[in-house]
Write a protein that binds this ligand. Structure first.
Ligand SMILES: Cc1ncc(COP(=O)(O)O)c(C=O)c1O
Length: 379
């Protein structure tokens, strides 16, 4: 059997591999980007799940665009936007549909690095060439971004402006305005991937970049971080012409996302206690973050540093010159799973990175002290 060149070039996800190691006995995992099992809103959908079997229609084929009541719920959420939605199997499928709809082999995609590997993989599968955009606590390097836009025919700019994976960073209001301006000026399509946006611990929500640049932004949302990752429901909105094309590609890919899981998400979003669930989730993750942050400072002191985060699920921990890959490998031997920074770069371009990503949403607080003791041994 002869595999396609693009498929062969697809790198294995270190995170998927480490997640299987993370299930070994006595392993403490800070590796995945999972919601806390205890905070999954199962009680809010218990009745909806039990009554699914009463409606046989929900087990028939459905529309590729999505389950109509869920589409209407999403429209009610964003009354100011007239852009249509397409329901996908998680936002990961949205990335795949975007790549199929817009990318030709050799097209250039700018992505902030380090980056969510699943997005890079989706673009690589279409044969796109990635242009890495450096970013810091101050945001993406706008000079480099403009340089790319000026000197290369950039097709897409992929960004996670809210609680980025893996760095946890948030773009300032000024950065959002500047990026929207640059994309508009150079006619570049922006993908705003925002699965963590709802997980803000406190403070006011900043405007989405898609609000500032609606004509050429595709916005991705996910119900994996606020609802249930196992149901695989996410959505994307964007210009009507693009969504219509993505719908046709989705039809060719999987016909439609399963209806029962869309019903469950719709009932969740419309449950009178859903806003309370979001508050509990934010508070729960905030206190887990504070606990981990305090423990890191207490046990590791000057050996590490990290920027405080205002939401999301991750701490991007600088090991101050020590190799993230070596520390992660030693941590695994001490039965602690963490992801090395190098896992968030395209394989050929992976630098010798001195970070590890720590997840705080899914780590049992009673295990945090022991986890950091194991990390201290690994350092
Ligand atoms: C930045 C980012 N985008 C997309 C996804 C995919 O999420 P899902 O397909 O579960 O919606 C993830 C998952 O962790 C992510 O971190």
């Amino acid at each position: 059997m002869k595999f396609s060149t693009h498929a062969q070039s697809l790198q294995a996800s270190y995170i998927r591999e480490i997640l299987s190691a993370a299930s070994q006995p006595e392993m403490i995992s800070m590796a995945g980007g999972l919601p806390a099992a205890s905070l999954l809103p199962v009680e809010l959908v218990r009745v909806a799940c039990a009554s699914l079997a009463d409606n046989r229609q929900l087990f028939q084929y459905g529309n590729s665009r999505g389950y109509q009541p869920l589409l209407e719920t999403l429209e009610r959420w964003q009354p100011e936007s007239t852009q249509p939605w397409l329901i996908c199997n998680g936002s990961q499928q949205a990335l795949d549909l975007i790549a199929r709809a817009l990318l030709e082999p050799g097209d250039h995609v700018v992505a902030e690095v380090p980056a969510y590997l699943g997005a890079l993989q989706a673009f690589q599968l279409s044969g796109a060439a990635l242009l890495p955009l450096l970013s810091s606590a101050a945001g993406p390097d706008l000079n480099q971004l403009e340089h790319y836009f000026k000197t290369t025919a950039v097709k897409l700019f992929y960004a996670v402006p809210d609680f980025h994976n893996p760095t946890g960073r948030v773009w300032s209001a000024e950065t959002r305005i500047a990026v929207a301006g640059l994309c508009r000026h150079y006619g570049v399509t922006l993908i705003e991937d925002s699965p963590y946006r709802q997980l803000r611990f406190s403070g006011a929500q900043l405007s989405t970049v898609s609000e500032l640049y609606p004509e050429q932004t595709i916005r991705l949302i996910s119900f994996s971080k606020t609802g249930f990752p196992g149901l695989r429901v996410g959505a994307m909105s964007g210009p009507a012409e693009f969504i219509a094309l993505a719908e046709r590609i989705k039809q060719a890919t999987d016909l439609h996302t399963g209806i029962p899981q869309q019903v469950i998400i719709d009932r969740l979003l419309n449950h009178p206690e859903y806003p309370k669930h979001l508050v509990q989730l934010r508070q729960g993750y905030h206190s887990r973050y504070q606990h981990l942050s305090a423990e890191l400072h207490r046990q590791l002191g000057a050996q590490i540093e990290f920027d405080p985060v205002e939401g999301g699920m991750f701490i991007w921990l600088s090991l101050k010159g020590k190799s993230g890959a070596q520390v992660a490998a030693r941590a695994l031997a001490h039965k602690l799973a963490v992801v090395p920074g190098s896992a968030f770069y395209e394989q050929e371009a992976a630098p010798e990175d001195c970070h590890i990503r720590l997840n705080f949403s899914n780590t049992d607080t009673t295990l945090v002290e022991e986890a950091i003791t194991r990390l201290a041994k690994s350092l």
